[in-house]
Design a protein around this ligand. Structure first.
Ligand code: ADP
Ligand code: ZN
Length: 580
């Protein structure tokens, strides 16, 4: 493809040179270097020496004498000059409208130059329609090398969620028969290197359909219109295969929230690209079996337009692996490498907050070291050395992540939430507690499934607040008031919210009684401060009660936190024993 392009560019270069030669020949034919004054010309005129006068749009005219001599002189541009000449039997060539033969070469020259320019620009862009920037793997033909879910270790929740998509790709008719609307778009979000690309490829591999990939960053700094063309081209190619997985990495590069983004000189281009994507997505029907999978590190950065139903309406978190998943990933990447006496469990324990990609690179680094050593197998020594190399390559933020102290703090914080929840709200099931950070910036989280209810009693709301305060309370009890952390910021914004609503909207406070604050309009200001004071008192009291509850149950708090420190993630079945 590129070869042909290179040859095409020779054509305009050739025509440009050719037309330039023509122009020179014509110019040398008509212009003369000799210049004479007008009085000279009138002398020649009076002595009947002149045979021809050539007039054109220039301020000069060319005079040819009977003896063939040529010179140019000023053209007075008077109306009767031509008549005078003609009356004197002089041939007059009027070229005020330049003949085609003269303008054609310059026209061709300009066109050729423009063509060369456009071709060069198109080449610099990587060719708007060329495959160079598009990654394509056809798993429908080459089943043997296909990736499947076995190539992805851990990430069980994400895999389960994607299983539906695989089934849909295999038999879209089945879903159509039931009138079920399958998601056209899926967003995988999570830290870099957690296996989002790998998962998308595995979906294509499992379903046995072609995999097309583009990265959002390819669209940054391209010329307006090119991104949109690339998107259309991508979809056209995918559709020609019938079923396909289209993968768009770094979707945030084109799908960032619009609006107050200043200074981004390329907004037009981004909008056009995004619109093209949305148009293409609404353009294919259910029966076609095309699924678009996009990946991003930050779900909250994406434009709402992307997340609406019928677009990317399924969002799947791909989180950093916990100790179990790390063990699986390590085993997977060690599978085809000779190793000996490795304590994979122990390596998994040491590699907290490593992404799948980092684990892969750790294994690869050890293999390189083993090869350098001419060792028969990868040994613990190589892993140790590779571990230091990998760690040294980390930026500062991540090494601080690795500190045991942080991990312990997070363990107690999350254990605090979990324990208070299990003690006070046994009907809200705690399904998962983890100290693996999320991309949203939380150090860990506790996932509860609230009991399904239409309304909540005041007591429930108070207990809910205590659960939210449990994290901070646990920190204070274990590490002292001086050592509480910023990890509770999100909890505090939620408790503030609930407490404010109780007092100002649900009629559960004293200051306002049954008055709803947002309905009093301009009087709002006069109630504001007392409401906040009451709110503060409520929260202070609830915090004291939470501290007390946790102090009474400090043994449970300790054992839960330590288990969490060890296992990093605990699920509902493992949690029951702490409160029974
Ligand atoms: P992302 O797209 O999330 O940035 P990738 O899918 O590109 O991450 O992962 C990069 C590499 O890291 C993969 O090619 C694979 O070797 C390794 N990797 C990441 N996660 C996993 C996993 N869960 N299981 C196995 N390998 C993984
Ligand atoms: Zn918390």
């Amino acid at each position: 493809m590129n070869k042909i392009k290179k040859n095409y560019i020779l054509i305009p270069i050739f025509t440009a040179i050719l037309s330039l030669i023509f122009m020179i020949i014509i110019a040398s034919n008509t212009t003369t270097s000799i210049n004479k004054s007008y009085s000279n010309f009138t002398e020649d005129l009076n002595s009947h020496n002149i045979s021809t006068v050539i007039m054109d749009t220039s301020p000069n005219m060319t005079v040819i004498l009977n003896n063939g001599e040529k010179y140019s002189t000023d053209n007075p541009k008077t109306d009767n000059l031509k008549e005078t000449l003609l009356l004197n039997n002089i041939k007059v060539k009027d070229e005020t409208v330049a003949p085609l033969i003269k303008t054609l070469p310059s026209g061709i020259f300009v066109v050729s130059l423009l063509t060369i320019m456009f071709m060069l620009i198109a080449k610099a862009r990587g060719g708007s329609g060329s495959m160079t920037s598009m990654d394509m793997e056809d798993f429908s033909k080459n089943k043997k090398v296909a990736l499947d879910f076995n190539s992805v270790a851990g990430n069980d929740e994400a895999k389960e969620s994607l299983m539906d998509i695989v089934d849909f790709l295999k038999s879209p008719e089945k879903y159509q028969k039931y009138g079920a609307r399958m998601p056209k778009g899926v967003i995988l979000y999570g830290s870099p290197g957690t296996g989002k690309t790998l998962l998308a490829k595995a979906v294509a591999g499992e379903a046995g359909v072609p995999f097309y990939a583009l990265s959002g960053s390819d669209f940054v700094q391209v010329y307006v219109g090119v991104g949109a063309a690339r998107i259309r081209n991508l979809f056209k190619k995918a559709k020609s295969h019938g079923k396909a997985v289209i993968f768009i990495d770094e979707i945030d590069a084109i799908g960032k929230k619009r609006g107050n983004s200043k200074g981004g000189g390329n907004n037009d281009e981004r909008d056009q690209t995004l619109n093209a994507l949305l148009t293409e997505m609404s353009g294919f029907g259910q029966e076609e079996g095309i699924v678009v999978i996009a990946a991003t590190n930050r779900l909250d950065m994406l434009d709402d337009a992307l997340l609406r139903p019928g677009r990317f309406d399924r969002h799947i978190e791909v989180s950093l692996p916990d100790v179990n998943a790390r063990e699986k990933i390590l085993s997977l990447h060690l599978k085809n490498k000779p190793h000996d006496n490795l304590d994979i469990k122990d390596i998994a324990k040491k590699t907290v907050y490593f992404s799948g990609a980092k684990l892969e690179s750790l294994v690869n680094e050890s293999a390189i070291l083993a090869a350098k050593d001419d060792s028969d197998t990868i040994t613990n020594k190589h892993i140790e050395a590779a571990y230091s190399i990998t760690l040294a390559g980390y930026d500062k933020k991540e090494t601080s992540y690795l500190s045991k102290e942080d991990k312990l703090l997070t363990s107690y914080h999350e254990a605090g939430h979990g324990l208070v929840s299990m003690l006070l709200l046994p009907k809200d099931k705690v399904s998962k507690i983890t100290i693996i950070p999320t991309t949203k910036g939380a150090g860990g989280y506790t996932l509860t499934i609230p009991e399904d209810k239409n309304y909540h009693k005041m007591n429930y709301l108070k207990n809910k607040i205590k659960v939210l305060l449990g994290g901070r309370a646990a920190e204070e009890i274990i590490f002292g008031k001086e050592n509480i952390s910023t990890g509770a910021e999100n909890d505090i914004s939620q408790t503030t919210d609930i407490a404010l609503k109780m007092i100002s909207e649900y009629g559960m406070g004293d200051t306002l009684g049954l008055i709803k604050l947002s309905s009093v309009g301009s009087l709002y200001g006069s109630y504001g401060n007392p409401v906040i004071e009451e709110c503060k008192k409520l929260l202070d009291n609830l915090y004291e009660e939470t501290l007390e509850l946790l102090r009474e149950n400090k043994n449970k708090l300790d054992s839960l936190a330590l288990e969490l420190l060890e296992k990093e993630t605990l699920y509902d079945t493992e949690l029951e024993k702490f409160v029974s």
